[in-house]
Design a protein around this ligand. Structure first.
Ligand code: FES
Length: 159
């Protein structure tokens, strides 16, 4: 190894010691900043949601999602194409917002038991089984469901 290359790679304290310098400095790097906590809500920004790796987290205290504090209310979250329904005090459900009829995503209403797409007026259930898939020209059945859970004020949807 050439002298210049050695000096570039060697610990500064060794180099100074070799040069009979009275300076004493540490060879260790500054410690990395404290890692963020494990609280997933740390990742949620001003928009009220965070999406990564097929997981969506929303904060119901955020104005964009505050409807989800009330049972029977829903939010149509267009960026990830999901209808999030607050079923009751402890239960949330999540569904594909793509209408099984012709794929409309933004004309939904909820009547307490079914979602209705107001593009052509077809209604779809929130149960399991008989899944009506996106844009399949289906006029009955249940919407495709995703995993959803509520923990504190955070709803997590898993696609
Ligand atoms: S596209 Fe939804 S009912 Fe026709």
């Amino acid at each position: 190894m050439k002298r210049k290359e050695f000096l570039g790679k060697a610990c500064p304290v060794l180099v100074l010691a070799m040069m009979n310098s009275p300076l004493l400095i540490s060879c260790t790097k500054e410690p990395d900043p404290e890692p963020k906590g494990d609280d997933p809500s740390d990742l949620i920004g001003e928009s009220g949601f965070y999406y990564s790796d097929n997981t969506l987290m929303v904060h119901i205290d955020n104005a964009n999602f505050s409807e989800l504090k009330s049972s029977g209310s829903f939010v149509n979250h267009l960026p990830q194409g999901v209808l999030i329904l607050r079923k009751d005090a402890t239960t949330v459900l999540a569904f594909d917002n793509c209408c099984p009829h012709q794929g409309t995503t933004n004309r939904w209403t909820f009547n307490g038991s079914n979602f209705r797409c107001n593009n052509h007026g077809n209604s779809y259930g929130i149960g399991s089984g008989s899944v009506a898939n996106c844009n399949s020209n289906t006029i009955m059945g249940n919407l495709k469901q995703f995993g959803a859970s509520l923990e504190g004020n955070i709803i997590t949807v898993t696609f």
